[in-house]
Ligand binder design. Structure first.
Ligand code: HEC
Ligand code: HEC
Length: 201
């Protein structure tokens, strides 16, 4: 009996491409939803919402873990095991990352309603428009600006990122760092209230 080896190769390639084209929604539900919530809307205040970020922003942010620009926090899962964003990114193929980024970019950003200090938020709005608004337009609410959205993100998560920028655990692009380094602690508190207010000022 003779078998045509090309048939095996074709079959193997087909099964690879079937795997590679697993829908982003499926990957997101399995690999991301326990922390980032359904559709990327997180219900834990220390986990960022990501549904509605642009595809480019998601891919860029995932890259920052892979490149070590950003130290990932250790998270304990319900089953008691521990993981972090760097390990998660390493476990995904390029195709998975693209599919999952497309899926989250298709979701709608829904700001989290949170209490905030109005006076501080107003002060934060002024600082933002002078120092930060060029790259994070309209209070960080425009997905097409291709950055993480800030307007209506969870306060606890954002406060943690400010601390990581301060300590250097998360690196900034040079042009953000130039401006960030001019902020006083009071400026940072005001900016935080402004982002939490989700563009009410
Ligand atoms: C075990 C919990 C956990 C899982 C699972 C998880 N993440 Fe995360 N993710 C986090 C935490 C915590 C942060 C923020 C803190 C940090 O940098 O470690 C984060 C940050 C991010 C960010 C950056 C958000 C921003 O505003 O800068 C993106 C994008 C992201 N995750 C995408 C994903 C994707 C896509 C998946 C699934 C493939 C995933 N995450 C799975 C916990 C998780
Ligand atoms: C030159 C452009 C630029 C400027 C100016 C800038 N940023 Fe950024 N910002 C970025 C980039 C790039 C990132 C990281 C990657 C991304 O968001 O996609 C970022 C990320 C952030 C994040 C983390 C969001 C998250 O969830 O990951 C915060 C908070 C932030 N910036 C605040 C500020 C503040 C406050 C200022 C003004 C003092 C500022 N930025 C000015 C470009 C800029």
């Amino acid at each position: 009996m003779t078998t045509n080896p090309y048939r095996w190769i074709t079959a193997a390639l087909l099964s690879l491409s079937v795997h590679a084209s697993e829908p982003g929604e499926q990957i997101a539900e399995r690999e991301c939803a326990e922390c980032h919530g359904p559709g990327g809307r997180s219900d834990q205040s220390d986990m960022p919402s990501i549904g509605g970020f642009s595809e480019f922003a998601i891919m860029d942010l995932l890259d920052s873990y892979r490149l070590g620009f950003r130290q990932a926090r250790t998270v304990r899962l319900q089953d008691g095991s521990e993981t972090d964003m760097a390990k998660i990114v390493d476990s995904l193929s390029e195709d998975d990352i693209e599919a999952v980024a497309l899926y989250y970019a298709d979701q709608e950003w829904v700001p989290h309603e949170q209490p905030f200090d109005g006076d501080l938020a107003r002060r934060g709005a002024r600082i933002h428009s002078v120092k930060c608004g060029k790259c994070h337009p309209r209070g960080g609410s425009v997905p097409e600006a291709d950055h993480a959205l800030l307007a209506g993100q969870w306060r606890d998560y954002l406060a943690g990122e400010f601390l990581d920028f301060d300590s250097g655990a998360r690196r900034m692009t040079d042009r953000m760092k130039e401006r960030y380094d001019t902020l006083s602690p009071a400026d940072k508190s005001a900016l935080l209230e402004y982002y939490v207010s989700a563009g009410k000022y």
